[in-house]
Design a protein around this ligand. Structure first.
Ligand SMILES: [Zn+2]
Length: 687
């Protein structure tokens, strides 16, 4: 659960890569090097579209050629530079895992043996066909025995241990107001479709999806047998619709103050009477002493549904969610039916990923560090780590300097902001301390059992944190994940090894494109510490208002203008982008690029950059920035993201940012009437 990873680039963004090969300080002599010695620009000119002017549409100027010749692979919902890196990481991980699987005689209990056995259990399709629903027999029997609201509450607790976290999830995070302490959380879940809007919107498109959901639930229940699937499906959809009505919106969940509701046992009981919390806590194996109830009204609503809905309907709901959660690890009929709904119907994906890729994805998410340890031995050097560190330091210095230059912020708030910059933790490549998987048993012929035990391991790892000192070495993503994040309670930015790669960062290339690419991504993550949500945390990771009131007002006024700007972009079917949902990421993009540009100037040390590929240094910075946003989406995926994704579509991440940057106007000589021109008073500069 990562609700506090405000800055996760997640399935969305992208990008980056290692760091400049050169020292940011040029070695002495001024003037560009002779042409023969000049490094390449790092621009992929073949993907440009020269029929478009960069002043009108930077996104299509740098990516139009690529967009025209690229098809989204049949097994993906979206494809761009980010996914290109993902493909590379998947293939590397496959080789590591297959090497481990080829030597089944490795020491029992060793990580390599477990990795090999897990993979073998995933790839042994003959065994999975023969087993059918058998691997879930005991779990289904447990559900069949539920009779009372107390049983239902206990089962919701038990299911946390096996990774079926519905209708809410329990996990351990940091206390928002005392970040030195761990704190248990309850957070809304419970829906099969991506957002409450899918259940509640009147449009025909969503009505059809609700019908498709009913068919999906019915088919899954029918595959497992044991219930009247048609009737049961109606109950499950009706129950989920009740939960959807009580769900908070994604915009509201972005508010760290509204979602901070620290309650003791008595307060939780009072909030949600009729729900047997003792039974829940007992079955989950948790103390339940103090909890951050993120969405109190939702938890209260769940309590009502638990006491009001017949236990028979809950049995159907639990059966279905168990099957839905474990379908990828059962026989082909389950795998196919789930793909058809979750990937084809919801996201528009045409074909399943090959089985080996699904195995790699599963292991990345369940035992990611076990695999990641081997991954970085092969694919990430201490030298790369050091180089990225240098680039990050330059960005932090530039961010600090830009605070000095803010005309809208008072000295007192500036001081606190600079303190926060100074206390950032930076994690690069991989964790210093790896997770210990020694208690996790993996069998070569029990895939569902492996998944179940891995989920239980993760649950226990969470439970064990309570009451212990904070572990500052923990990573929330494995190193082979193509992603990056900012995590407010730790005030840390984290860049896994797999994203520190070409083509986003090109070791051999000139600095301009690297600063525009990886530099902007690093700046983006730093800026999350100062976006609409991140700014509410101080340098120690505590939710504390360190802003002078007039500064807060000025910040909100600027943010509101950015909300309106992005809210005016049309995405599809005339639907506008949700400027409020995406405000944090848009602030990250805009401020990240502004800071990266400053860092680039710093790296030039007053020298004029050479012209390469007929572009000046400042031009290459912006072209390098735009080229990381080459990306295509399937229509269904785009529709889903409109409702659920805090990131703007790639086109606006490229074009939206530059309309606000004076440096872009200077670099390309923009004039009124150009497509990307905005009058000076309409441009937004926050950080
Ligand atoms: Zn972000």
């Amino acid at each position: 659960m990562n609700k506090l990873i405000v800055g996760s680039l997640s399935a969305m963004l992208a990008a980056c890569a290692a760091q400049s090969p050169k020292s940011p300080e040029p070695a002495g002599a001024a003037g560009p090097p002779p042409a023969a010695a000049r490094p390449p620009s790092g621009l992929d000119l073949a993907g440009f579209d020269r029929s478009v002017r960069p002043q009108d549409d930077l996104y299509r100027f740098t990516g139009g050629g690529w967009l025209a010749k690229t098809d989204i692979p049949a097994d993906r919902a979206t494809f761009g530079t980010f996914e290109l890196l993902e493909v590379q990481a998947e293939e590397r991980t496959r080789r590591i895992i297959e090497d481990a699987a080829r030597e089944p005689n490795r020491a029992p209990g060793s990580d390599a043996r477990k990795i090999g056995d897990f993979y073998t259990s995933f790839m042994d399709t003959a065994h999975l066909e023969q087993a059918g629903i058998e691997p879930l027999k005991a779990e289904l029997a447990r559900i069949d025995a539920l009779r009372t609201p107390r049983d239902v509450a206990a089962h919701i607790g038990y299911a946390q241990r096996i990774g079926v976290n519905h209708p809410f999830v329990w996990f351990v995070g940091q206390d928002g107001r005392d970040a030195t302490q761990y704190l248990a959380n309850l957070y809304q879940t419970g829906l099969t479709m991506p957002d409450r809007d899918y259940y509640l919107k009147p449009d025909k498109r969503y009505q059809e999806l609700r019908t498709a959901l009913g068919a999906y639930v019915g088919d899954m229940l029918s595959l497992a047998g044991g219930v009247d699937a048609t009737e049961a499906a109606k109950h499950v959809v009706a129950l989920e619709t009740k939960l959807a009505e009580a769900h908070w919106t994604k915009v509201k969940n972005r508010d760290p103050v509204a979602t901070y509701n620290r309650m003791d046992k008595a307060e939780v009981a009072k909030l949600a009477p009729g729900f047997d919390w003792a039974a829940f806590n007992g079955a989950a194996g948790i103390p339940g002493d103090v909890t951050d109830v993120n969405q109190p009204s939702y938890i209260a609503a769940v309590a009502q549904v638990v006491s009001g809905e017949p236990a028979a309907h809950w049995r159907e709901y639990f059966r279905f969610h168990l099957l839905d959660e474990y379908a990828p690890f059962l026989s082909q009929a389950f795998v196919d039916r789930q793909f058809d709904f979750r990937q084809r119907t919801i996201k528009g994906v045409q074909e399943q990923k090959p089985r080996w890729k699904r195995a790699v994805d599963t292991m990345d998410s369940l035992v990611g560090e076990m695999v990641g340890k081997l991954y970085v031995e092969k694919h990430f050097s201490p030298e790369a780590k050091q180089r990225v560190r240098t680039l990050v330091d330059n960005l932090l210095r530039s961010f600090d300097a830009s605070i000095d230059g803010l005309d809208w912020m008072s000295p007192a708030t500036k001081l606190e902001a600079k303190r926060k910059v100074a206390s950032f933790t930076v994690k690069i490549g991989y964790p210093d301390k790896w997770r210990d998987y020694s208690t996790l048993a993996i069998s070569p012929n029990d895939l569902a059992g492996n998944v179940l035990r891995a989920a239980t391991y993760e649950h226990q790892r969470n439970v064990a944190k309570l009451g212990k000192p904070l572990d500052r070495t923990e990573w929330l993503m494995p190193p082979q994940q193509v992603n990056a994040y900012y995590y407010p309670p730790m005030n840390e930015i984290v860049f896994p090894a797999a994203i520190l790669e070409p083509p986003f960062f090109n070791v051999a290339a000139d600095d301009a494109v690297n600063y525009g690419g990886i530099g902007s991504v690093i700046g983006h993550e730093i800026s999350h510490g100062f976006d609409d949500s991140g700014r509410q945390f101080d340098g120690a990771g505590n939710l504390r208002d360190w802003w002078q009131r007039e500064d807060t007002e000025k910040f909100k006024e600027k943010a509101a203008r950015l909300v309106a700007q992005y809210g005016s972009y049309t995405v599809l079917d005339g639907q506008k982008l949700n400027g409020e949902l995406t405000i944090g990421e848009n602030i990250g993009d805009l401020s990240g690029s502004a800071v990266a540009y400053k860092a680039y100037r710093l790296s030039l040390g007053g020298r004029e950059a050479a012209v390469i590929d007929a572009f000046t240094g400042p031009q290459r910075f912006f072209l390098g920035y735009a080229q990381i946003w080459r990306r295509k989406y399937r229509e269904q995926e785009q529709r889903m993201r409109l409702l659920t994704d805090p990131h703007s579509p790639a086109e606006f991440r490229a074009n939206g940012v530059v309309t606000n940057m004076n440096e872009f106007y200077d670099a390309f000589g923009l004039k009124p009437g150009d497509g990307l021109y905005r009058a000076p008073q309409e441009r937004v500069k926050i950080w």
